[in-house]
Design a protein around this ligand. Structure first.
Ligand code: ATP
Ligand code: MG
Length: 170
């Protein structure tokens, strides 16, 4: 089956959950899924749930801290490791669906370069479905993708002071 490049971006809620939903659907069809999460660290509930599936692998490449200003050496090293792993997964062509979770945010925070993310898109074997999530997709990433959905924030309780809740946002 031919694979395409999908991007879920924008300020509204649903980017990560869209990619998790896709992973679930793919796993149900017997496809194998690899997810690299940039920036994140710790037991997000989706990771606990997805670990029940033998054909979904999730790995985290982040410190789990908000990156303010320029990233630390540790931030960069974690991002580089995730990027390296994604390169391996794509070049070895071992999975059907590959998800670079918060890949756009990694670029925005200077954890990986835009050039690196574009290179990942270019090296994708024809059969792999590549998904990149995160707010702030750059114009070049958008141009190179086959499918781009912008989650548009109409309202978000974040502005009422409701931070991420276990089971709903994390
Ligand atoms: P979900 O994981 O529910 O699908 P998402 O992936 O679209 O959401 P992210 O952009 O990854 O959401 O946001 C992560 C967290 O940032 C949210 O759970 C929320 O707590 C917080 N957040 C939401 N809106 C804003 C905002 N406008 N500014 C800063 N932080 C926000
Ligand atoms: Mg997200």
């Amino acid at each position: 089956m031919k694979g395409y490049i999908q991007v879920y971006t924008g300020n509204g809620k649903g980017k990560t959950t869209a990619s998790i939903g896709l992973a679930l659907r793919a796993a149900g069809a017997g496809l194998s899924v690899y997810i690299a999460q940039f920036l994140k660290k710790g037991d997000y509930s989706e990771i606990k749930a997805l670990s029940r599936f033998e054909n979904i692998t999730v790995e985290q490449y982040g410190l789990g801290k908000f990156v303010k200003g320029s990233p630390s050496d540790e931030d960069r090293a974690a991002g580089a490791a995730g990027y390296q792993k994604l390169c391996e997964i794509l070049s070895q062509n071992t999975h059907d669906v590959v998800i670079a979770e918060e890949g756009n945010v990694a670029v925005m925070c200077n954890i990986i370069t835009e050039q690196a993310l574009l290179a990942l898109m270019d090296m994708k074997p024809d059969n792999i479905e590549l998904i990149i999530t995160g707010r702030g997709a750059t114009p070049k990433v958008i141009e190179r993708a086959d499918l781009v959905t912008e989650m548009k924030e109409i309202k978000h309780y974040y502005h009422q002071g409701v931070t991420a809740r276990v089971g709903i946002e994390k």
